[in-house]
Design a protein around this ligand. Sequence first.
Ligand SMILES: [Zn+2]
Ligand SMILES: [Zn+2]
Length: 210
Amino acid sequence: MENKATVETTVYACGYCGKLWRNKEDADLCHMDRTCDECGTVIEKKSYYTLCDSCKIKKEQKKIQDLYDKATKINYEEYMNLNPDYPVVYNDVFYFDDLDYLLEKCEDEGEPILKWVWGARLSNIKLDPYDIIQQFEENVELDDYEMHKPAVNEIVEFCKLWNEKHSQNVYYEDNSVVVLLGQGGVEYDYYKCRGVWITRKCNRKFISHA
Ligand SMILES: [Zn+2]
Ligand SMILES: [Zn+2]
């Protein structure tokens, strides 16, 4: 067997029982409970989180509440008049003409009455010739390199043709728009039933049926 050098290492002893641990954090926790940073409740020692479940949920709800407070509020009817083809978004799912279906589903599943949902924004995704050219010019890493005019024109022309064929309308969840469903006021209850929801601003997309 190959002769490897011995390495000196550090271990940590629990101050109460003397048990040895490789990590200081584990030794600190050996005879002590791990507690939630927020409320001090004892939490699972192996938890990756620094908060208890209930504080985690409160934190997520506060995030949603903050987005809600800042968002523009619009009634469902107004929203549909302004943007007849737009979906509304609930729990990351895009609902187009099927709001009734969503409301029934919530009712069937015994969830609280849904008072609002997120709006959506529309974007047309397509190739941008000048983005492509700029990226190319950066990638060649030559000072003062500039693509010559006929080459630029060909890319512009190609992108035009491509976009005519392949550009697409997509919808993104828009956390700056709250669509009120007129089911008894604007009181906050979104996602309450599910507890944890990770806030992502406008990063969900849905390819439109159009
Ligand atoms: Zn111990
Ligand atoms: Zn807590």
